[in-house]
Design a protein. Structure first.
Length: 309
């Protein structure tokens, strides 16, 4: 997901660099250049063949004097065909983050999953079929909606939600995986399971507030914002009040729980984006989770050279 709030300029630079989107060299002009809005291209740049460098080296190498006659013959038959691309590594169970670097710049709703309902059933998700038409609103260039969505009713962690989330199939599967992390860490750190999660919404047809021209994953119901976790014993863990932004491990159990579940959701590739109060002020009161086509880790303090978020 592209960033959902304001951040320091250095954080923006680091975030954009992670996407592989670089500024073009400037040119001299007599008049000042008008401000521009950077918009992500709709297709990734072409990548060279794995054998391109070795092929160039072979064709550029000078021939020995005894081989001058051989250099006059066509060389096409001597060039071996490029090998087929390696198959992607197997996805770990419960991981739904997009790990393909070739589609980082693709903008649009996620593709349909061929076995969506069967996958949800295997993951222990109770759901209701739903629709969210793909469309472009009036006076807007943002494409919103998704070809395949469901209403999430209950997952394997037996967690209730403040309202049933409307989600893409992939996000529903990822949320089910996240429920297992929630209950693991609640048992380890809090001695009481999570009974309810209060969320701030999933679908909103819009651009990212801090980045005009960049489409929010919320436009596709491909994201969810989590604000509070209510335990079975009645304890409320609130991101705004309980998240510990210090560099050291949190000392309070609530802070340790929030740190653990967010970092596991990122490190175990459950979501493409896990954005917390570490990321920027726009996330001071919630965790943003999504399945964007590119990755960003917002679960850790900014490196010292970048300054505070």
């Amino acid at each position: 997901m592209r960033a959902e709030g304001a951040r320091s300029d250095l954080h923006v630079a680091a975030f954009v660099t992670a996407l592989g989107v670089a500024g073009a060299p400037g040119c001299t002009a007599s008049a000042p250049e008008a401000p521009r809005v950077e918009v992500r291209p709709t297709a990734p740049p072409p990548r060279p063949s794995p054998d391109a460098a070795s092929d160039r080296a072979a064709t550029a190498a000078p021939a020995a004097s005894g081989d001058r006659a051989a250099t006059a013959a066509p060389a096409a038959s001597a060039v071996a065909p490029s090998p087929l691309p390696a198959a992607p590594p197997p996805r770990r169970p419960g991981a739904y983050a997009n790990l393909d670097p070739d589609d980082d710049l693709v903008v649009g709703p996620p593709d349909e999953m061929a076995e969506c309902e069967a996958e949800l059933a295997r993951a222990g998700v109770t759901f209701r079929r739903a629709t969210l038409a793909v469309h472009v609103p009036k006076r807007s260039k943002v494409v919103c909606g998704a070809p395949q969505v469901i209403t999430y009713l209950k997952g394997p962690g037996n967690v209730a939600y403040s309202s049933p989330p409307l989600l893409t199939c992939g996000m529903a599967l990822a949320l089910a995986s996240f429920e297992r992390i929630l209950q693991d860490e609640a048992k380890r750190l809090l001695r009481s399971p999570v009974a309810r999660v209060d969320h701030l919404g999933t679908y909103a047809c819009r651009e990212i507030a801090a980045y005009p021209g960049w489409v929010s994953e919320h436009s596709y119901a491909n994201a969810i914002d989590l604000a509070r976790f209510v335990l079975k014993n009645g304890t409320v863990i609130d991101v705004l009040h309980d998240f510990d932004r210090g560099d050291e491990p949190p000392k309070r159990p609530a802070g340790a729980f929030l740190r653990a579940v967010s970092q596991r959701a990122n490190d175990e590739d459950v979501f493409s984006h896990v954005l917390t109060p570490f990321f920027d002020a726009g996330h001071k009161n919630h965790f943003h989770l999504d399945l964007a086509r590119f990755r960003s880790d917002g679960t850790r303090p900014a490196p010292a050279e970048l300054g505070a978020p």
